[in-house]
Design a protein around this ligand. Structure first.
Ligand code: NAD
Length: 421
């Protein structure tokens, strides 16, 4: 296998590991491997913007469009001091497979600005965002590349980008970004979509195993957007949530945690944490090893490692977070007979409803929440089945199968279109 020309980063290293394994299973030609391991376009911009005191600051911004074989780029914009071209490229690579595995008509992209948003006022953030969007105006757009929120960006950031692009084009252009507030073209169901997708994926896996969610003991790591909504929906569907956690530590109750009460507790606390919630306290490390049937890591990357993989008691893991399992742990979990629904499939609910937002913007017609949720279920179930069957066909784990399905779809698009050379 030829070597790739890709940057080194932890997320990228892991995605590359799984990508390489699937590329071998698919017997990719060296030419196709070379094409798939190079980003289509990497843009670096200098963003001058005025601080509130009148001084000008210049920050560096990026947008990487990894592949457009299946459609416009899709991926978030991150504001963080550690943003680099390497990291943005790695995340754009990752988005390419995530969009393809659930069959969205998008390629993969990602953007970012190297900055510390905590030291910027709201008006400084607005000026920075508008200048970043204006500088990218030739390369983003409903048919080119459709950004979304990521770390430290939010619906308001998307509203500013949509407004800036619309002002420049002299045309209302809501489909240039997704994750917008509801009153300017956001989709109903978007906020809950990732957690809902986690639940749908778990139900689909249990069905294949002839099991039901009723009474299943579940542990969820992380109680933010993905973790708390997964916990709530799983509990509403009859599962018993026996452990939850956040940055303040783990909370355990073998008889079942009242998730509505935990949500109320978090919503009332100053920093939206579980601090002080009434349950047995465990460390975050212990939480992952609790006796349970299903584990949902929904906080950070690299949580399941070669150190704890053998101690995991759950028989099913659904990766709400991106990259929670290292490649070494992945192999150990597979050896131990534990089924892992990989991140690119388990947490694809968010990007799927982003796709629905783009569709609704282009139609100018907005669905009710039930319609969004029903379509999300249909799309995820359908692609879960494809991944499951591919796993059987290739004799591989669901992660191996997810990468096979995603790569095959991107390769097929390249082959059908032909390589313009
Ligand atoms: P969030 O910021 O809303 O929540 C993160 C949660 O993790 C918080 O409860 C935080 O307290 C907790 N946490 C932080 N450090 C922890 C630790 N050491 N141990 C346990 N918990 C800890 O973030 P989110 O949007 O829920 O995202 C969580 C993960 O899911 C990330 O990996 C993210 O990339 C991924 N993801 C999110 C979405 C989405 O739509 N929000 C979509 C796909 C993937």
């Amino acid at each position: 296998m030829p070597t790739s020309h890709q940057p080194d980063s932890s997320v990228f290293g892991e995605a590359m590991h799984f990508f390489d394994a699937a590329a071998q299973r698919l017997n990719l030609t060296s030419s196709m491997y070379r094409i798939l391991t190079h980003p289509s376009r990497q843009v670096i911009i200098s963003i001058p913007f005025a601080r509130d005191n009148g001084e000008f600051e210049v920050y560096t911004g990026y947008r990487v469009q990894y592949s457009s074989a299946r459609g416009p780029g899709k991926g978030g914009i991150r504001y963080h001091p550690n943003v680099t071209l390497d990291e943005v490229t790695a995340l754009a690579f990752w988005m390419t497979w995530k969009c393809a595995v659930v069959d969205l008509p998008f390629g993969g992209a990602k953007g970012g600005v190297t900055c510390d948003p905590n030291v910027l006022s709201l008006s400084e953030l607005e000026r920075l965002t508008r200048r970043y969007a204006a500088d990218l105006i030739e390369i983003i757009g409903p048919d080119k590349d459709v950004p979304a929120p990521d770390v430290n960006t939010n619906p308001q950031t998307m509203a500013w980008i949509m407004d800036t692009v619309s002002m420049h084009l002299r045309a209302h252009t809501p489909a240039v970004v997704t994750g917008k507030p509801l009153n300017v073209g956001g989709s109903r169901g978007r906020v809950e979509a990732t957690g809902r997708g986690v639940m749908i994926a778990i139900e689909a896996a249990l069905e294949k195993m002839n099991k039901s969610l009723k009474g299943m003991r579940v542990v969820v790591q992380g109680f933010g957007n993905v973790g708390s909504i997964s916990a709530k929906l799983l509990s509403d569907a009859g599962a018993k949530i026996v452990g939850i956690s956040d940055v303040t530590g783990g909370y355990h109750n073998p008889k079942g945690i009242d998730i509505a009460a935990a949500l109320e507790h978090a919503n009332k606390s100053a920093h939206r944490t579980l601090d002080g919630f009434a349950a047995d306290r465990v460390s975050n490390a212990q939480l992952l090893e609790l006796d349970c049937d299903i584990l949902v890591p929904a906080a950070l990357e690299n949580q399941l490692t070669e150190k704890n993989a053998r101690k995991i008691k759950a028989s099913l893991i659904a990766e709400g977070a991106n990259g929670p399992t290292t490649p070494e742990a992945d192999a150990l979990l597979s050896e131990g007979g534990i089924t892992v629904i990989p991140d690119i499939l388990a947490n694809a609910g968010g990007v799927t409803v982003s796709y629905f937002e783009w569709v609704q913007n282009r139609m100018g017609y907005y669905w009710r929440e039930k319609e969004v949720n029903d379509r999300l279920r249909d799309l995820l179930r359908e692609n879960f089945d494809v991944v499951w069957d591919t796993g059987k066909e290739y004799g591989t784990t669901l992660r191996g199968a997810a990468y096979v399905v995603a790569i095959k779809r991107v390769v097929d698009a390249y082959m059908t279109r032909g390589i313009y050379a």
